[in-house]
Design a protein around this ligand. Structure first.
Ligand SMILES: NC(=O)c1ccc[n+]([C@@H]2O[C@H](COP(=O)([O-])OP(=O)(O)OC[C@H]3O[C@@H](n4cnc5c(N)ncnc54)[C@H](O)[C@@H]3O)[C@@H](O)[C@H]2O)c1
Ligand SMILES: O=P(O)(O)OC[C@@H](O)[C@@H](O)[C@H](O)[C@H](O)CO
Length: 457
């Protein structure tokens, strides 16, 4: 690095007081919630302390520049750079003592999360208590070994438990991951851990917490070295941790805030009674479309969303998928779905957003049930086999067999085993891992098998 470094004193950007704690500091949170906080009309009152999941590198890079970072808004016709001041503390996820201290601090009013779909460790009864990391966290919670906590629900439970015991008023928990009813997901996971650890103080107090469900939308690829070089070239300063995002942004929230919150509505966020119609529209059309392009496009040799959508075969399948999903998108204003589809095509074709399919393929076992299966189930209830939906599943099987982009999944080893060997055995085995009913549906199995065969070399 040889440009001017980023720093608060040099830029005249004092740090706001920490009143929001964020778990899962990465690219998206800085393009969405932290950015929205910086643009809120009362931004000076709201500083964010962000904790990564595991890594120390991002926290160190951000700390070296006082939490400041550049958000590059990348439109098809050019870049706009802004230095975002609202992240006032960046910590490694392992600094659980600090996390717990902040969550218990009466000044802190909101906890936000972007810990990925897999990070909630969902399971029957709220959490996958048999998972070694979850089981270890239950023991650590029971023994009060806060520093050993490794999962997001475990760390959050420790923070909320400390707040409860300190007699501090409840706050709001605002998950921002791509999961339906994400507030219930985090509430149930924290409750399951508290129950398993026998934390009755916390269990009694959790009812007062504001669990706020959100739909979040802004395509934000992982930062590359090229992005760092772009900021130096265009901005004339050094930023070791910029974020590149698209111009489009949407945030819809439902739920109550027991304390205060930033005036996020002044930045376009919408507070509604029921977020579900917006969640379905976004998870099925955008994220489902992404999964389709990632697995099918990856199998056809494409590297990015824009490359894949430029392939007429992928594009036709994408449109078909949207046609299959659209009838289930009820509860939205007239014209909303067609308008969203038109905007989405523009967003996917933005050639300057290099969104790698290799990033999107991750954790298909967590994402496909949310993005694709509701549409498949609805069609099966009417006796139909939706071609695009089964093609995504077929492409996922091909992906797990090593075709296309490399496999990255919380359950990668088990899935690779299931996907190996003769297709007659592999297809029902993989489908059964998503939903046993799919493995028992001969028409779905045959259609997925045919799609897999078409995509394999
Ligand atoms: N990137 C996007 O376009 C986008 C848009 C909407 C929503 N989201 C949501 O945000 C999430 C994060 O996306 P990102 O682009 O910021 O990714 P990222 O890799 O930049 O950041 C992810 C963060 O979560 C942490 N993490 C990863 N696995 C974890 C686990 N198992 N437990 C706890 N923490 C874990 C990481 O350490 C990191 O701090 C996505 O999974 C998605 O649910 C992303
Ligand atoms: O971030 P993930 O891993 O849930 O999914 C990958 C993409 O589909 C996703 O990040 C989208 O870009 C995003 O949801 C757009 O708002």
């Amino acid at each position: 690095m040889n440009g001017a470094p980023l720093g608060r004193a040099a830029r005249g950007l004092p740090a706001s007081p920490v009143r929001i704690v964020h778990l899962g500091l990465g690219g998206f949170s800085r393009a969405h919630q932290v950015w929205a906080t910086a643009h809120a009309s009362d931004a000076d009152d709201w500083g964010v302390a962000g904790f990564t999941g595991r890594s120390t590198a991002l926290a160190q890079r951000l700390t070296a520049q006082d939490g400041l970072y550049t958000l590059v808004t990348r439109a098809a016709d050019g870049d706009r750079l802004e230095v975002v001041p609202s992240l006032v503390e960046a910590r490694a996820g392992g600094d659980v003592d600090r996390l717990v201290g902040l969550v218990a601090d009466p000044e802190v009013q909101v906890v936000t999360l972007t810990v990925t779909e897999a990070g909630y460790h969902r399971g029957d009864g709220g959490a996958d208590l048999a998972h070694p990391a979850v089981a270890a966290d239950v023991e650590a919670l029971r023994a009060g070994r806060v520093a050993d906590l490794a999962t997001a629900p475990g760390r959050l439970a420790a923070g909320l438990g400390a707040r409860a015991r300190a007699g501090v008023a409840p706050l709001a928990v605002v998950p921002c991951d791509n999961l339906p009813d994400n507030a219930a997901v985090v509430r149930d996971a924290v409750t399951a851990l508290a129950r398993a650890a026998g934390d009755t103080d916390l269990l009694g107090w959790l009812g007062g917490v504001g669990w706020v469900t959100t739909m979040v939308d802004r395509i934000t690829p992982a930062t590359t070295d090229e992005d760092v070089a772009d900021v130096r070239r265009l901005g004339g300063y050094d930023d070791a941790a910029p974020v590149v995002t698209e111009p489009f942004t949407e945030w819809v929230l439902a739920g109550s805030f027991p304390g205060k919150r930033p005036a996020w509505e002044s930045t376009g966020a919408r507070f509604v009674d029921d977020v579900a119609p917006y969640e379905r529209r976004k998870l099925w059309l955008l994220n489902g479309g992404h999964s389709l392009l990632a697995y099918v496009g990856g199998a056809r040799g494409h590297a990015t969303v824009a490359d894949a959508v430029a392939d007429p075969g992928c594009r036709a399948l994408l449109e078909q998928w949207w046609d299959e999903a659209a009838p289930g998108l009820t509860g939205l204003p007239e014209g909303d779905v067609p308008a969203y589809r038109t905007a989405l095509l523009d967003r996917f074709t933005n050639p300057r957003i290099r969104h790698l399919l290799a990033q999107i393929v991750a954790d298909g076992s967590q994402k496909l049930p949310v993005r694709i299966l509701p549409t498949l189930r609805a069609a099966r209830a009417e006796g139909r086999v939706p071609v695009a939906a089964v093609t995504v599943l077929g492409a996922w099987v091909a992906h797990l067999r090593g075709h296309g982009t490399p496999v990255r999944d919380a359950a990668a080893d088990r899935l690779r085993d299931l996907a190996g060997g003769p297709l007659d055995r592999a297809v029902p085995a993989v489908l059964g891992a998503l939903d046993p009913a799919l493995a028992d549906d001969p028409e779905v199995v045959a259609a997925v098998r045919a799609a897999t065969t078409d995509l394999l070399p």
